[in-house]
Design a protein around this ligand. Structure first.
Ligand SMILES: Cc1cc2nc3c(=O)[nH]c(=O)nc-3n(C[C@H](O)[C@H](O)[C@H](O)COP(=O)(O)OP(=O)(O)OC[C@H]3O[C@@H](n4cnc5c(N)ncnc54)[C@H](O)[C@@H]3O)c2cc1C
Length: 450
């Protein structure tokens, strides 16, 4: 085996879209000593495949647009039953940026990591970081083979990009925590054989417990996924094949699309929650892609966001190596995410058929507390750690709770929070929703003004 470099400028952890984009961009920016490490072997099945035309300009930035022409299917658009029982169509062919795509994800991820290699990065698959220790101006990384073999390597990296997806494996070691917006999961099953529907369209269908989607994947297969909340799925045993099939049979369009196809896998669950890290950068490191923030699959934006954030993280690394340290990446990431949350709320608000069902109520929560009301902490309030990173980061929640002590008018708590959080793009509605959640969970309570 080729000897590993002992010293690198940047170690990129994770060779998904974010990590490979970062490594390619680093090469474009003239950074020569880059290592890209992924715990999995290439060609591992990955969920997430439909991309809209906006992927084109992002790949062009990386001089990588031609990967789309090799092994992926053009997507005609999305057919959705959302807000009404009938299907509406969003066609991609009218888009000036070009077609959308049904990616072969394993192939796409490999193409990008190969491109990073061609541009000079050392690429290691099947290896993971076992420990990371910060010295004065570098990281000492201990890299182990994922298979458990004793082979290991020591790498000194001046900068680390964490692109390890939802695991945020490196950032968590730096005490970054995920702020949870929801607890959505996907319960998927693969089908093979002809599907009745023209398979150039991905399909979405809203139902009372969440929504379904199906899309073509390589080898003439179709992936069918029920998106719902983890607790609802547990209570209803949705992961069990008979229950899942019963739920599928209640759909109008999805079951019709796959009625002539045969299941070729059992059901399996995947985390599909939205959330963001409370800290996306620190001394000598930055998080990119799903590691930094995760997006609802409804928006089909995870891959493009991962590529974009990989590109931005490379710039942060290069700036750091040349002695420039700024806050703009953290602020920009948070603003983008708050923007996404506004869009997400708007999407969900256009489905009004099941307003009283838990899944939909959680996404369209009406504001019920009166701005004139007084609010205080519960006497025995112990802020459970889990509540502190829900909807807003813990220090923002702590600040709100501190201001409520002794009884404060809601409008004044909100106004103060808006002053602090407006630069990050946090809307008053998001702040009120977080306060409402604290009231529901008995951390705060409404009191009579006296
Ligand atoms: C059900 C579902 C459907 C989705 N559908 C779509 C869709 O249609 N369109 C879309 O654009 N997005 C979709 N997404 C989201 C999309 O898949 C992700 O946003 C995207 O993969 C993020 O890319 P990434 O590079 O940040 O992370 P990932 O793709 O998760 O890559 C992370 C990489 O890090 C590696 N890794 C993990 N831990 C370590 C470690 N400790 N050391 C080294 N390497 C490590 C992993 O092996 C992996 O290769 C969907 C997601 C879900 C859950």
């Amino acid at each position: 085996m080729r000897a590993l470099p002992r010293n690198v400028d940047v170690a990129v952890l994770g060779a998904g879209p974010a990590g490979s984009a970062a490594a390619i961009r680093l090469a474009q920016l003239g950074c020569e000593h880059v290592i890209l490490i992924d715990r999995m072997l290439p060609s591992t099945f990955t969920i997430g495949e439909t991309v809209s035309p906006v992927i084109q300009p992002t790949l062009e930035k990386l001089d990588a647009a031609d990967v789309l022409e090799r092994g992926h299917n053009r997507a005609d658009g999305v057919a959705s039953s959302w807000g009404s029982a009938s299907l509406g169509y969003r066609d991609f062919f009218t888009d000036a940026q070009g077609p959308g795509w049904h990616l072969d994800r394993a192939q796409f991820d490999l193409q990008l990591s190969n491109l990073a290699k061609d541009r000079g990065a050392e690429v290691l698959h099947g290896m993971r970081v076992a420990s990371a220790k910060r010295s004065k101006n570098h990281w000492d990384l201990r890299i182990l083979r994922s298979s458990g073999s004793p082979e290991h390597h020591q790498i000194k990296a001046r900068f680390v990009i964490d692109a390890t997806g939802r695991r945020a494996a490196f950032a968590r070691r730096q005490n970054a925590r995920r702020v949870r917006i929801d607890c959505q999961i996907g319960i998927a099953r693969i089908y093979e054989g002809e599907s009745k529907f023209t398979h150039g369209y991905a399909m979405i269908e809203a139902v009372s417990i969440g929504w379904w989607y199906c899309a073509s994947i390589p080898e003439a297969r179709t992936i069918v996924v029920l998106m719902t909340d983890g607790d609802l799925a547990r209570r209803g045993a949705f992961l069990s094949v008979p229950v899942w099939c019963d739920l599928l049979a209640q759909t109008n369009h999805i079951q019709n699309r796959i009625s002539t196809a045969r299941p070729s896998s059992s059901t399996f669950g995947v985390n599909a929650a939205s959330g963001f890290l409370d800290k996306v950068a620190g001394a000598g490191w930055v998080a990119a892609g799903d590691s930094a923030a995760t997006f609802d699959p409804l928006t089909s934006s995870g891959i493009v966001n991962a590529l974009r954030s990989g590109i931005s993280s490379a710039q942060v690394a290069v700036d750091y190596l040349s002695g420039q340290i700024g806050q703009s990446y953290s602020v920009h990431s948070r603003r983008e995410y708050e923007n996404y949350l506004n869009g997400r709320r708007m999407y969900y608000s256009t489905e009004g058929r099941w307003k009283d069902n838990t899944y939909w109520k959680r996404r369209n929560s009406p504001i019920l507390i009166d701005p004139e009301a007084y609010i205080t902490t519960e006497r025995s309030c112990k802020v459970h750690n889990r509540m502190r990173n829900k909807l807003l980061p813990r220090e923002e929640i702590d600040q709100i709770i501190t201001e409520c002590k002794g009884g404060t008018q809601l409008s004044s708590v909100v106004a103060n929070a808006v002053r602090r959080l407006d630069p990050l793009g946090v809307t008053p509605r998001r702040i009120i929703e977080a306060i409402q959640r604290l009231v529901e969970t008995k951390v705060l309570k409404i009191i009579d003004a006296c």
